[in-house]
Design a protein around this ligand. Structure first.
Ligand SMILES: Cc1cc2nc3c(=O)[nH]c(=O)nc-3n(C[C@H](O)[C@H](O)[C@H](O)COP(=O)(O)OP(=O)(O)OC[C@H]3O[C@@H](n4cnc5c(N)ncnc54)[C@H](O)[C@@H]3O)c2cc1C
Length: 379
C-alpha cells in the first residue's frame, strides 16, 4: 500500500464510523476525517434498524465478518461505552403451515454447522417462551439461544468516541459532490469546501454507487431496498423479555422493546437512494399478518419508519480497493447485517488500506476476501 498520510471516509453511518475508527487506531495516517452529508451522523439506515445480532444470519462472507465482530460487541473498550452493547434475547422462527416445513427444515439444517447450534423446540415449550404467538400443534418452532439486541446508538457512539480520541475529525453537513484523482492524491469537492487526501473510503450506504460515479469509478450495482418498521403497544404486562419472533418466510417479525413491540413486514421494496419513508399500505398489510399469527391485537401504531437496506447482486458486501484506483476503498452493500458486522467490516477496511491483507482478527473465521472485492460484481 502507499505511504498515505490523509484518509477521508465518506458516510457517517455505522459503516463509515467503524472504518474511520479502525483507520484512526491503526496510526497509519496523520489525519482521518469522516465526511457526512447530513447535519447529524447515523440519520439514515443506521438509525432505523431492528438492532439484532444473530450469528446464523447471512451467507458467504457475512458470517466471517460477524465472527470477527463478536469480540468488540461483547467486550468493547471500556472508555468508549457507557454500558454493555449487547443484551441476550432468544430468537424463535416459526412455520405456521405444512407448506413452510421444507424451508423450515432447510433453515434448521443450515444452523447445525453454526458455532451455536439452533434447535427445534416442541410447541409447548415455544408457547411458554413466546406467549404472544398463536401456536397450534401444526406449527413448528426453531430456537436460537445466542442472539442479542444491540445498542446501536451506543455502538455507533463508541466508534465516534474512539475516532475522536485517536485524533480523528468529523465534518457533518459536508456532502462530497466530486472526487478527482491526480497522481496519488484525491481532491474532494464538498458542500463545505475542498479536501486533499491520499485515500478515500466509500461508506455512503445507499449512495455508494452515486459516490463512485462522482469519483469516475464504475458502479458495483448496489440495490437499495426499503424496509418498514413500526411500534405498537404491548397488551402483555411483562413482554419485555419475550423473544424476537420471525415467521419462517419472513412475512413478518416482532421484537419486544420495553412496553412496546417493534414490528416489520420484512419488506424489500426497490428504491432510489433517498430519505426512506414508510408506506401506509405496507404497515396495514403487516398488521393483518401479525394479527393473524400473534395475540398482539394491533389496532393502532405508535410510530413508524423505513430504512434502505442496500444489497449487491450476491447479497454480500463490497469491501476492498478498486482495482484501477487502489486508493479508493469500498465499504458498501451492508444489506440487513451492517450493524452486527460493523466492527469486522471496519477492521477489514483498515487492514486492507494499511497492509493489503486481512489481519489476525480474521484468523479462523473462514473469510474469503475474493467474495468481498468489487470486481466480482462486474462482467
Ligand atoms: C428496518 C431495518 C432493520 C434492520 N435490522 C438490522 C439488524 O437487526 N441487524 C443488523 O446488523 N442490521 C440491520 N439492518 C441493516 C443496517 O441498519 C444497515 O446495514 C446499516 O445501517 C448500513 O449502514 P451504512 O453506514 O452503510 O449506511 P447509512 O447508515 O445509510 O450511512 C450512509 C451515510 O452516508 C451518507 N452519505 C451518502 N452520500 C454522501 C456523500 N456524497 N457525502 C457524504 N456523506 C454521504 C448518508 O447521509 C448516510 O448518513 C436493518 C435495516 C433496516 C432498515
Amino acid at each position: 500500500m502507499t505511504q498515505s498520510q490523509r484518509v477521508a471516509v465518506i458516510g457517517g453511518g455505522i459503516a463509515g464510523a467503524s472504518a474511520a475508527y479502525y483507520l484512526a487506531i491503526s496510526e497509519a495516517f496523520d489525519e482521518v476525517i469522516l465526511l457526512e452529508a447530513e447535519k447529524q451522523l447515523a440519520q439514515h439506515t443506521t438509525g432505523r434498524s431492528a438492532a439484532v445480532l444473530t450469528e446464523n444470519y447471512g451467507a458467504g462472507p457475512i458470517r466471517p465478518l460477524t465472527s470477527a465482530s463478536l469480540d468488540f460487541l461483547h467486550n468493547p473498550p471500556a472508555e468508549l461505552v457507557e454500558g454493555p452493547l449487547l443484551d441476550r434475547r432468544g430468537m424463535m422462527t416459526i412455520a405456521t403451515e405444512p407448506d413452510s416445513y421444507e424451508l423450515f427444515e432447510r433453515q434448521l439444517e443450515a444452523g447445525k454447522s453454526s458455532r451455536h447450534e439452533i434447535v427445534e423446540i416442541d410447541i409447548d415449550t415455544a408457547a411458554e417462551r413466546a406467549p404472544h404467538i398463536k401456536l397450534s400443534p401444526a406449527h413448528r418452532a426453531i430456537w436460537e439461544e445466542h442472539s442479542h439486541d444491540i445498542d446501536v446508538a451506543g455502538l455507533h457512539q463508541a466508534f465516534v468516541r474512539g475516532l475522536r480520541s485517536s485524533g480523528g475529525r468529523i465534518a457533518t453537513s459536508t456532502r462530497v459532490d466530486a472526487a478527482m484523482a491526480s497522481g496519488d492524491q484525491w481532491t474532494l469537492e464538498t458542500t463545505a469546501g475542498v479536501h486533499q487526501v491520499d485515500v478515500v473510503v466509500n461508506a455512503a450506504g445507499a449512495w455508494g454507487d452515486v459516490v463512485a460515479a462522482r469519483a469516475g469509478i464504475a458502479p458495483v450495482g448496489l440495490e437499495p431496498k426499503r424496509r418498514t418498521a413500526f411500534m405498537v403497544n404491548s397488551p402483555f404486562p411483562n413482554s419485555g423479555r419475550f423473544p424476537f419472533v420471525a415467521e419462517v418466510h419472513h412475512h413478518w417479525y416482532t421484537r419486544p422493546d420495553g412496553t412496546q413491540f417493534m414490528c416489520s413486514p420484512a419488506d424489500e421494496v426497490p428504491s432510489d437512494p433517498c430519505d426512506a419513508k414508510p408506506e401506509e399500505i405496507d404497515i396495514a398489510l403487516a398488521i393483518e399478518l401479525i394479527n393473524t399469527d400473534t395475540k398482539l391485537e394491533i389496532r393502532s401504531v405508535q410510530s413508524s419508519w423505513a430504512g434502505l437496506r442496500t444489497f449487491t447482486a450476491d447479497r454480500a458486501m463490497v469491501i476492498g480497493p478498486e482495482p484501477d484506483q487502489p486508493n479508493f476503498i469500498w465499504c458498501v452493500g451492508q444489506g440487513g447485517t451492517g450493524i452486527q458486522t460493523s466492527p469486522g467490516a471496519g477492521q477489514l477496511v483498515a487492514d486492507l488500506t494499511t497492509s493489503g491483507a486481512p489481519g489476525s482478527a480474521f484468523d479462523d473465521t473462514g473469510l474469503d476476501l475474493q467474495a468481498l472485492l468489487p470486481d466480482r460484481l462486474r462482467n
